[in-house]
Design a protein around this ligand. Structure first.
Ligand SMILES: NC(=O)c1ccc[n+]([C@@H]2O[C@H](COP(=O)([O-])OP(=O)(O)OC[C@H]3O[C@@H](n4cnc5c(N)ncnc54)[C@H](O)[C@@H]3O)[C@@H](O)[C@H]2O)c1
Length: 339
């Protein structure tokens, strides 16, 4: 796979230019460009530049609205409901997390539901914003059908990520951000585009046979993590982010790459709260919690017991010093989108 390198500042300028060409205003273009670059920097390539052309194609086909009239309905001092008017998901999520943070600062807890949104990338990216303000957060979104409910022969749930973030009393936040499938769909898409295999045990082909062929996996079903337990979590997230918010649910979220018959109407739920709601020494307690767990005897081959988010934080810091590497396919996408 041939790769070229670009400084992230230069790349950001290029991405803003592309998004503006497709009709986004400067702020929305900048929010979207930053989210894509962050995905590259944390090594989540399936949610980074490999999706740029998809977002632009959806704008061209009028199933993402580049000039949304986003409405924020205040339900109480703590609760807000956002109608994103089919904006690009990054913008809806950025407004939602900022609103949830504001509500939490005022009342101790902020809850924001979003409907009529689109794919917003990494939940952890928004969780980081709340944790940086010393707040705890739980974030849910649904996604297009990829995972078969336990006992069903057909995919219906998305890979529906579950995200929890908290300050740790150190500069490295605890961010558990995981899809409920064995691996996320973005990784399978990248493998399919680059003719790479996927690991065993993560997907079945359309006939229900285990496969390591990424293209066959995309036509078949992805397996939930931990069997019926993962299926249950995916279902819970579909209820919280779809049924509750007014977003699509029960398998009605359209696949952003393959289905241009209408907007996705994805739903998200952002919950943000202060860490001192019940105790006045959260920082001491969380430090003690992490220290106790990290001191446990380790199994052979493990140097350090890590908490969720530590690996991504390290990758981000390392990658920030380097240029961003761009695959040949992404280079071609950029050329098409700029012309
Ligand atoms: N918007 C969407 O529709 C959508 C759908 C699915 C996934 N996603 C995003 O894709 C991203 C990747 O998801 P994923 O399932 O591939 O995550 P992953 O498997 O890379 O990581 C899952 C979690 O495990 C933690 N982790 C990894 N290795 C660890 C270790 N050795 N010790 C302790 N913790 C460890 C990570 O920090 C992370 O919190 C997420 O950011 C998610 O939000 C988005």
């Amino acid at each position: 796979m041939e790769k070229v390198s670009l400084k992230s500042a230069n790349l950001k300028k290029e991405l803003i230019k592309i998004f503006k060409k497709y009709g986004l205003n400067n702020d929305h273009a900048s929010i979207s460009a930053s989210a894509l670059i962050n995905a590259e920097l944390v090594g989540a390539y399936g949610h980074g530049l490999s999706r740029l052309k998809m977002y632009c194609d959806r704008i061209s086909k009028k199933v993402i609205n580049p000039k949304p009239k986003i409405k924020i309905k205040k339900i109480s001092q703590s609760i807000s409901h956002i109608d994103a008017d089919n904006s690009i998901g990054f913008v809806a999520a950025d407004i939602a997390i900022k609103t949830a943070i504001q509500n939490a600062k005022k009342t101790g807890i902020g809850m924001v539901a979003v409907k009529n949104s689109g794919h917003y990338g990494l939940s952890g990216y928004y969780a980081e914003q709340a944790v940086k303000k010393n707040l705890i957060t739980m974030i849910y979104t649904n996604a297009p059908p990829a995972v078969a409910p336990h006992g069903a022969l057909k995919s219906l749930f998305g890979t529906n990520p579950i995200c929890f973030g908290t300050p740790t009393g150190s500069k490295v936040p605890f961010i558990l951000d995981t899809s409920v499938s064995m691996i996320n769909r973005g990784k399978i898409r990248v493998a399919a585009r680059n003719n790479q295999k996927i690991p065993k045990g993560v997907a079945l082909d359309k006939f229900g046979k285990p496969t390591t062929d990424a293209k066959k996996a995309l036509k078949g079903v992805q397996l939930p993590m931990a069997s019926f337990k993962g299926s249950g979590l995916a279902w819970m997230i579909d209820i919280l982010s779809g049924v509750l918010t007014g977003g699509n649910h029960a398998g009605r979220v359209k696949d952003p790459f393959d289905d241009f018959s209408g907007p996705q109407n994805i739903g998200h739920l952002f919950i943000v709260f202060k860490s001192n709601l019940f105790v006045n020494n959260f920082k001491t307690r969380i430090k003690d919690n992490i220290k106790t767990i990290k001191k446990l005897p380790k199994i052979k081959g493990i140097k350090e017991i890590m908490y969720p988010g530590q690996n991504k934080f390290k990758r981000f810091k390392e990658n920030q010093k380097k240029e961003i590497k761009i695959t040949d396919i992404v280079k071609k996408d950029l050329k098409i989108l700029k012309s």
